[in-house]
Design a protein around this ligand. Structure first.
Ligand SMILES: C[S@@+](CC[C@H](N)C(=O)[O-])C[C@H]1O[C@@H](n2cnc3c(N)ncnc32)[C@H](O)[C@@H]1O
Length: 389
C-alpha cells in the first residue's frame, strides 16, 4: 500500500465484482488520478535526494492510455474446479472468476468458456496445494488487434487426445495459435517446455510501425500503448547514435522499433527462445545488417572488447527484469560504459539501487514515469544518465 493512499477517498463502486478479494487488482476503489498521484509520490520517495531538484520539481508519471482492459498477457490458474487468479496475499486460494477487467471482458468470457470446454473434454484440473493433477494454467496473450494465443500449461505429457480436442475448441473460439507447454516441476511457473502447437506458430504484435512475433514463453511488454509512449520518450535520447546497444533485448522490441533513428543496433538477450524470435523479427522487418542480436548474459557481453571499448557514437539502452542490473553489471558500466545510458525499469527500487553505483561516474539528466500497470502498485520508470567528463 502506498503511504499517499492512506487518506485518499475511496470510490463507492468499481467495475469488477471480484475486487478486492482477487489479487489481480489492488486499487479499483481508488480514482485513477489518485492512483497516479500516489505512484508519483512513491517514486519521488524511492529516489529521494538522488533526484536533482530540477528533475524533482518537473517529475510526472504519464497516464496509461486505458486504466482497464490493457493487459496483453494474463495467466489464469486452473485448480480444483476453479479458474482465475489468486486471492490477495493467499497463494493457495484461487478466486473462481466470472469476469476480469485486466483484459477486455469479452475475451475473458471466451477464455473461461475454453476452460470449461477443456474440462468437458476430460482434462483433469491441477491442485496447487497438493501439486497433483494435470491442467495448471491457461495463459492468454493477445495483440492490439485482439488476435490471441492460448497456452495450456500441464504437469504431464499425457491426455494427448483430450488436449487435441481442447485445442480445437480454442481454435473454434477464435484463437490464432494454441500451445501445449509442459511444466512437470512443483515450481509454480506458467511457462514450460513446448510440446506442440495448433494453428499459427507465433502471434504478431504491432509496436509503432513494426511487426514483432511473440512466442508462448518469450517476454513481451504487457501494455503496448503505454510502451509506445516510452519509445517516443527515449527516441530523442538515442537518435543520431552511430550504434545503439540494446541489452536485455527480449524479442528485439526496442532495437527494432528504434532502428531507423540510429546507425545500427547491437542487441543481447539471455533466452534462446527470445533470441531465435528476435532474429526472425529482424528478418520480418527487413533489418538484416542493421540490427544484430546475440545470445548472451549481459555481464559477459559487457566484457567483450567490442562493447567494453567505449566509443563516442554509442548509446546504451538497458531494460532489465525486476531484479535490476545488479552490482556486477553496474560496476562494469560505471567503469567502461558509454557516454549515455537510457535505463528502462519496471522496478524503481532496484533502479535507484543501481544508480547508487552508477552515479560514481554518471549524472541523472532526465527521468519520467509511465503507468503501464493501472490498478496495481507497479509502474515503469525511465532514467537517462550522462557520463561525467
Ligand atoms: C523486462 S524484459 C525486456 C525485454 C525487451 N527489452 C522488451 O522491451 O520487450 C527483460 C529481458 O531480459 C532478459 N534477461 C534476463 N536476465 C538477463 C541477462 N543476465 N542477460 C541478458 N538478458 C537477460 C529476459 O529474458 C527478458 O527478455
Amino acid at each position: 500500500m502506498f503511504k499517499a493512499l492512506k487518506h485518499t477517498p475511496r470510490l463507492e463502486s468499481w467495475p469488477c465484482p471480484h475486487f478486492p478479494e482477487c489479487g489481480g487488482c489492488a486499487m479499483q476503489d481508488i480514482a485513477y488520478s489518485d492512483q497516479l498521484a500516489a505512484k508519483q509520490a512513491a517514486l519521488l520517495e524511492i529516489w529521494g535526494e538522488a533526484l536533482p531538484a530540477a528533475l524533482r520539481d518537473d517529475y510526472t508519471i504519464v497516464a496509461a492510455p486505458d486504466p482497464f482492459g490493457y493487459r496483453l498477457r494474463m495467466d489464469y490458474v486452473c485448480s480444483d474446479d476453479r479458474f482465475g487468479l489468486r486471492v490477495r496475499k493467499r497463494f493457495y486460494a484461487i478466486v473462481d472468476l466470472g469476469e476480469c477487467h485486466l483484459i477486455p471482458p469479452s475475451l475473458f468470457t471466451i477464455i473461461r468458456a475454453v476452460y470449461t470446454a477443456a474440462r468437458e473434454c476430460g482434462l483433469p484440473d491441477y491442485n496447487v496445494y497438493h501439486n497433483t493433477g494435470f491442467l495448471r494454467y491457461l495463459v492468454v496473450r493477445r495483440n492490439v488487434r485482439d488476435e490471441w494465443l492460448l497456452s495450456f500449461v500441464t504437469s504431464e505429457q499425457t491426455h494427448a487426445e483430450q488436449m487435441d480436442r481442447a485445442a480445437q475448441a480454442a481454435l473454434d473460439a477464435g484463437a490464432t495459435s494454441v500451445w501445449w507447454l509442459l511444466n512437470p516441476r512443483h515450481a509454480d511457473l506458467s511457462f514450460g517446455e513446448p510440446v506442440r502447437h495448433w494453428g499459427a506458430e507465433f502471434l504478431p504484435q504491432y509496436v509503432l510501425d513494426r511487426t514483432l512475433l511473440m512466442g508462448p514463453n518469450t517476454f513481451f511488454q504487457n501494455n503496448v500503448g503505454g510502451f509506445e509512449q516510452i519509445l517516443r520518450y527515449i527516441t530523442p535520447f538515442v537518435a543520431g547514435a552511430e550504434r545503439m546497444i540494446d541489452l536485455y533485448a527480449g524479442v528485439g522490441t526496442i532495437g527494432i522499433a528504434l532502428a531507423d533513428h540510429v546507425g545500427k543496433v547491437f542487441a543481447a538477450e539471455l533466452s534462446d527462445e527470445s533470441v531465435a524470435l528476435a532474429q526472425r523479427n529482424i528478418h520480418l522487418n527487413g533489418l538484416e545488417g542493421r540490427v544484430e542480436v546475440v545470445q548472451a548474459d549481459v555481464a559477459e557481453v559487457l566484457r567483450d572488447p567490442r562493447i567494453s571499448q567505449r566509443t563516442a557514437g554509442d548509446v546504451l539502452v538497458v531494460d532489465p527484469p525486476r531484479a535490476g542490473l545488479g552490482p556486477d553489471v553496474c560496476a562494469q558500466l560505471s567503469e567502461h560504459g558509454p557516454q549515455r545510458i537510457v535505463y528502462v525499469s519496471c522496478n524503481a527500487i532496484t533502479q535507484a539501487m543501481d544508480y547508487e553505483i552508477l552515479r560514481q561516474n554518471y549524472d541523472l539528466v532526465a527521468t519520467q514515469g509511465f503507468d503501464l500497470f493501472p490498478q496495481t502498485y507497479h509502474c515503469e520508470q525511465v532514467a537517462v544518465l550522462e557520463r561525467r567528463a
